[in-house]
Design a protein around this ligand. Structure first.
Ligand code: HEC
Ligand code: HEC
Length: 154
C-alpha cells in the first residue's frame, strides 16, 4: 500500500468505534453524587479539558444555579473530567473567539448531529431544552446515544 493510501485507510479504521455513539461513563463516585442530581451525567468526552476546567471554576454560578461544592470534591471531579475529556471525537470545544464553551449543546459536533431537529421541537413542553438529552435519548443516563434508542416525544 502506498503512503497516500495508507493514511485515509488508517483514519477510517480509527473512527469506527465512533459509529456506535456510546460514551462509556467511567465510574466516579464524587461525579455521580455531585453532578447527576439536577440532570443526567453528561459524558466527560463531550467537552475538552479546558471547557471542564472553566465550568469547575465557576460552579457558584452554574447556568443560573448554585452548584458549588467543597474544594476537595471539586478538585477530584475536575481531575476526573480532565482525564476523560474529549479529544479526537469532540475536538476543541471553543467559540468563534477561542473561548471555552460550557455547553455541550453549543459545540459544533452537537449542532451537526442535531441539524434535523427543528427549533419548534426543542421548545416542546416534553423537551424544554436541548440539554434535556434523556427526553429523546432513552439511555442517555447510561451514555448510550445510539440511533436505536432515540425517540422524540410529542
Ligand atoms: C443545582 C443543580 C445542578 C447541579 C448540582 C449541577 N448542574 Fe449542571 N446544569 C444545571 C442546570 C440548571 C443546567 C442548564 C440546563 C438547561 O439549559 O436546560 C446545567 C447544565 C450543565 C451542562 C451543560 C448542558 C448543555 O447545555 O450542554 C453541563 C456540561 C453541566 N451542567 C455539568 C455539570 C457538572 C459537571 C456538575 C457537577 C460538578 C453539574 N453540572 C452539577 C444544574 C446543575
Ligand atoms: C429533541 C430530541 C433530542 C434531544 C433533547 C437531544 N437529542 Fe441527541 N439526537 C436526536 C436526534 C433526532 C438525533 C439524530 C439521529 C440521526 O439522525 O441519526 C440525535 C443524535 C445524537 C447523537 C449522535 C448519535 C448517532 O448515532 O450518530 C449524539 C451523540 C447525541 N444526539 C447526543 C445528545 C446529547 C449529549 C444531548 C443532550 C445534551 C442530546 N443529544 C439531546 C435527538 C435529541
Amino acid at each position: 500500500m502506498t503512503r497516500q493510501l495508507a493514511l485515509p485507510f488508517l483514519l477510517a479504521a480509527l473512527s469506527l468505534p465512533a459509529l456506535a455513539d456510546s460514551y462509556s461513563l467511567p465510574k466516579n463516585v464524587a461525579f455521580e453524587e455531585e453532578c447527576t442530581s439536577c440532570h443526567i451525567a453528561y459524558p466527560p468526552q463531550m467537552l475538552d479539558a479546558r471547557s471542564w476546567q472553566h465550568m469547575m471554576n465557576g460552579l457558584a454560578n452554574h447556568f443560573g444555579t448554585d452548584a458549588s461544592i467543597d474544594d476537595r470534591r471539586r478538585t477530584a471531579i475536575a481531575d476526573f473530567l480532565a482525564r476523560n475529556s474529549g479529544g479526537r471525537k469532540t475536538g476543541r470545544t471553543v467559540d468563534a473567539k477561542g473561548n471555552p464553551l460550557l455547553r455541550i449543546t453549543e459545540t459544533a459536533r452537537f449542532e451537526r448531529k442535531h441539524r434535523d431537529v427543528t427549533a419548534a421541537t426543542w421548545k416542546r413542553a416534553s423537551i424544554k431544552s436541548p440539554a434535556n438529552c434523556a427526553a429523546c435519548h432513552a439511555q442517555a443516563a447510561a451514555g448510550d446515544y445510539s440511533e436505536r434508542s432515540i425517540s422524540i416525544p410529542k
